[in-house]
Write a protein that binds this ligand. Structure first.
Ligand SMILES: [Zn+2]
Ligand SMILES: [Zn+2]
Length: 358
């Protein structure tokens, strides 16, 4: 039996419970969780804006130590320090064969099947991970080794926010040295975009948020210009970029208003990358003439267009070498009983990343 924070239905509070977790089967590993970041997708799942089968153990930004492995697993061994990937590609479907493993048809398969029991009831692993617990059982394809130089609390964030944000810059947008970058929304993903832009050698990095604290934090991570949300963004950005607009914009909010503002703030031929997860009710509109005239690109970005087995080790190397400051993203730690409080702080726009230490 291991302790876990269980959500029974959207809108309810999490409940601490004893999880009956089976031993890992073929192709699976059991991991002792050291740290799990509280991500905005967990909040959306808890509030019902995103859907998942229930009851569920949320938490999908985790790192820990392998406890045991299934019979046929050779890629890792007990004692290995690992980060968990919530969208492990199968390596065999059409998208994987096209070298687009972030769109793998089977990346979410594990989330759709019960993996443990609580009080005689089947429980699902949130986003295939189940990170808000002392231990979990995941696919062996979902674990990536962590170098000794990177603390597991930091490595955990690579599993979602950092891989998404840095991947958006390097893989999806392919920002080149010297280019100008606009980042709207400075949560864990947005600040990872800022750090990714620094890594790519971007010239100007303009950031926008409502929180003066987050704007200041962004400065320490490579932002060159900070703008408090609410102004006329396109005008402000043009004034900072030789009247042209930014080469790249990253929307890390997911609202029609911020996506449209990002698009308008890019130069002719510029690119807007949509990283934030928006709602079905958000309608973004463009005129046919402006789509033609400005020759701008709008592109979606799923999981930072990441090939996890290739990209997560690279990100961890950057962290080990000090080129990414993962510790600066962590603004608080809680136990398994503190997750609801972390959700409330997130809704109030406070802090960047709370890390759960089960
Ligand atoms: Zn996430
Ligand atoms: Zn696949």
């Amino acid at each position: 039996m291991v302790r876990a924070a269980v959500l029974s239905a959207p809108g309810e509070r999490l409940r601490l419970a004893e999880l009956e977790l089976p031993e890992p089967g073929p192709g699976q590993v059991r991991v002792q969780i050291a740290a799990t970041g509280v991500c905005h997708s967990d909040l959306s799942l808890a509030r019902g804006t995103l859907r998942a089968p229930m009851p569920v153990v949320l938490g999908h930004e985790s790192a820990g130590t392998v406890v045991s492995v299934g019979a046929d697993v050779t890629s890792c061994a007990p004692g290995d320090r690992v980060v968990l990937c919530w969208a492990p590609p199968c390596g065999a479907c059409w998208f994987c064969a096209e070298d687009e493993p972030w769109l793998c048809e089977h990346a979410s398969d594990a989330a759709a099947a019960p993996y443990a029991m609580v009080d005689g009831v089947e429980v699902y692993p949130g986003l295939s991970t189940g990170g808000f617990a002392e231990q979990t059982v995941v696919s062996a394809r979902a674990v990536v080794r962590v170098p000794d130089a990177v603390p597991l609390e930091h490595a955990a964030l690579v599993g979602c926010a950092v891989m998404t944000g840095v991947g958006a810059v390097l893989n999806t947008a392919k920002v080149r040295a010297g280019q100008s970058v606009l980042v709207v929304g400075l949560g864990g993903v947005g600040l990872s975009v800022v750090q990714g832009a620094r890594l790519a050698g971007a010239g100007q990095v303009v950031v926008v948020d409502r929180s003066p604290d987050k704007l200041e934090l962004a400065r320490t991570m490579g932002a060159t210009d900070v703008l408090e949300a609410g102004g006329e963004l396109a005008k402000q950005v043009r004034a900072l970029t030789g009247r042209r607009g930014a080469d790249h914009a990253f929307d890390c909010v997911g609202l029609a208003e911020t996506i449209r503002a990002c698009w308008s703030a890019t130069r002719r031929g510029g690119t807007t990358t949509i990283v934030g997860i928006g709602g079905k009710e958000q309608q973004v509109s463009f005129t046919a003439l402006e789509l033609f005239h400005f020759a701008r690109t709008v592109q979606g970005c799923v999981y930072g267009s990441t090939d996890p087995l290739r990209d997560i080790p690279t990100i961890l190397d950057h962290a080990a070498a000090g080129r990414l400051d993962l510790g600066a993203l962590i603004t608080g730690t809680v136990g398994l009983d503190g997750i609801d409080g972390a959700f409330e702080a997130m809704e109030a726009g406070q802090g960047v990343r709370t890390v759960v230490l089960p």
